[in-house]
Design a protein around this ligand. Sequence first.
Ligand SMILES: Cc1cc2nc3c(=O)[nH]c(=O)nc-3n(C[C@H](O)[C@H](O)[C@H](O)COP(=O)(O)O)c2cc1C
Length: 175
Amino acid sequence: MTENPEPFPFEQADPTGDAERDLRTALGRFPTGVAVVTALDADGLAIGLTVSSFNTVSLAPPLVVWSLQLTSRHLDSFDTTATYAINILSATQEEVSNLFASSLDRPFDQVGWAPGLSGVPLLEGCCAWFEVDNHQQLDGGDHRLYLGKVRRFAADPSPVPLVFHDGDYRVLRDR
Ligand SMILES: Cc1cc2nc3c(=O)[nH]c(=O)nc-3n(C[C@H](O)[C@H](O)[C@H](O)COP(=O)(O)O)c2cc1C
């Protein structure tokens, strides 16, 4: 068995190197799913971005969380929208993930979607969808955390989920 490396405080991670890069690499050891968070902006136009920061918080009340970079062009929209949706991507949706991580202006022209609660877009072909109220926001360093209260959800058990790990997309192996 490989010995665990000695734990170290962040400040001493690598005094000669880039501690932030080392932290990012270590955090990337944690595999996540990939989701696209969708909403309507103040003009009623569909917006969305790819996130790996989605996670569950609470079952009763039903709360989920994700975080947005403070530099995002979508910050104002997610601060003000009353509802938004979290679309959990399937393994076949790597291109959708890249599309919503790009700065392209009209990504919704290139994917299939249907309007959900309040007209918020729900993407086709996902593993699960959560339509949430914009319940609470918390500042967390260079990101803002958004707590969503689930109003409606659906899950398709058939598709395999898309996984992100060590900075790349992965495919789940059956046990
Ligand atoms: C797999 C993956 C996960 C990402 N996760 C997040 C995230 O959790 N939060 C975030 O703000 N941006 C995340 N991004 C970056 C955004 O999708 C997008 O590239 C960035 O928001 C672009 O800047 P903009 O919001 O100003 O358009 C992720 C990108 C990828 C490819």
